[in-house]
Design a protein around this ligand. Structure first.
Ligand code: MRU
Length: 355
């Protein structure tokens, strides 16, 4: 469990640890306005696919609880509008769309009644999404134990810890669960340019968990795998297509190719809410393009000549053939992924009903 609160809903307000300021400052961003919550997702106050999903669900609760609508039909109209604003915040992580959809379904399935009751129903559903999320992250860590040797050197990309998921983490949860079960673990942490989620956030989380690690620049992974021993690569995901193609933080694809070249197994930690069976392959995944300012500056300092042209795709798609297996809350999915991922999604439905 994290020793800090990543995200919570208190007294009708959404409160989130501002990840833009970590590790230097621990400050919280608070709002009761769903539009500000959408801005916070866009600006990466909160980030990481599962955490974005939970934040979006609570943002829908803000929209419902602070609505002036007089009847449920008017509230539904307002919530449809809020859903549109939230969906537009970040395009790649499917968890955001999944969570918003689940809230809309909840509203449609709630018997007509006073607006305040519907607001409470939305808040309950958002709380259920958050609770399930914590449970499934814990399961992913446990399910992965059989893949982790007693002495394990990992390589990890981006940030997939409690900060990215609210509790436990996914890929980072695999590392911390192995550590908690007495395995001797060490993690190489890709710094993850341009937002430095690895250097700023993963290193911060690992430090607090007491897990030995070293931050490396993104370009070092090949050298590290060739010259030092790495047992396994673990990464998270923002959207997994039905065939296993996986969108994740830019640089994941490079890491997967390097891992294949060195015979290092490449595992993707994937809550089933990140699996999008509606799309056949990664070609259908929209890749977020972010501002050039993230690339041309390091901190406040400009590092490129004025006027330099920049491309800043925030994610890439790793073809399924480079992925050894997916670790989900329902178990481990191995190739052929077309069958095994669909099986995990079905199995997870039964499991989460009992959470
Ligand atoms: O742009 P970010 O920081 O939201 O990207 C995060 C990632 O790519 C993570 O690897 C992914 O969301 C999985 S988090 C458990």
């Amino acid at each position: 469990m994290a020793h800090y609160t990543v995200l919570e809903f208190v007294d009708g307000r959404l409160r989130m640890l501002d990840q833009r300021r970590l590790p230097q400052e621990m400050t919280y961003f608070e709002t009761e306005d769903y539009r500000q919550a959408a801005d916070a997702i866009r600006e990466m106050v909160v980030r990481g696919a599962p955490a974005i999903g939970v934040a979006a669900a609570y943002a829908m609760a803000l929209a419902a609880l602070h609505s002036q609508a007089r009847d449920s039909a008017a509230l539904l109209g307002e919530l449809e509008q809020a859903a549109g604003v939230l969906r537009a915040a970040r395009p790649t992580a499917v968890n955001l769309f999944w969570a918003v959809e689940r809230i809309m379904e909840c509203i449609k399935n709630t018997p007509d009644g006073p607006v305040a009751d519907l607001g409470q129903a939305v808040l309950r559903e958002a709380g259920a999404i958050a609770a399930e999320n914590a449970w499934l992250c814990k399961q992913i860590g446990l399910n992965a134990l059989e893949l982790v040797p007693e002495q394990a050197t990992f390589i990890h990309h981006c940030n997939t810890g409690a900060l990215a998921t609210v509790e436990y983490g996914t890929a980072l949860g695999i590392i911390s669960t192995a550590h908690a079960h007495g395995k001797k673990v060490f993690a190489y942490v890709d710094e993850t340019r341009p937002r430095l989620q690895g250097a700023r956030l993963t290193a911060w989380e690992l430090q607090q968990l007491g897990i030995p690690h070293a931050v490396i620049v993104d370009g070092a992974s090949g050298y590290i795998m060739k010259s030092r021993h790495v047992d396994l690569a673990v990464v998270g995901c923002d959207r997994v297509a039905a065939n296993g193609d996986t969108a994740n933080k830019i640089g994941t694809y490079n890491l997967a190719i390097v891992a294949r070249a060195h015979g290092v197994p490449f595992y993707v930690a994937a809550p089933t809410s990140s699996i999008d069976l509606a799309i056949a392959s990664g070609e259908q995944i929209e890749i977020e393009e972010r501002s050039a300012s993230e690339v041309v500056r390091v901190g406040a300092e400009q590092i490129t000549p004025q006027g330099t042209q920049v491309a800043n795709p925030a994610f890439d798609v790793t073809p399924a053939e480079y992925i050894t297996a997916f670790v989900t809350e329902a178990g481990i999915a191995r190739p052929p992924f077309g069958e095994s991922l669909a099986e995990m999604v079905e199995k997870a439905k039964d499991l989460t009903r009992n959470v």
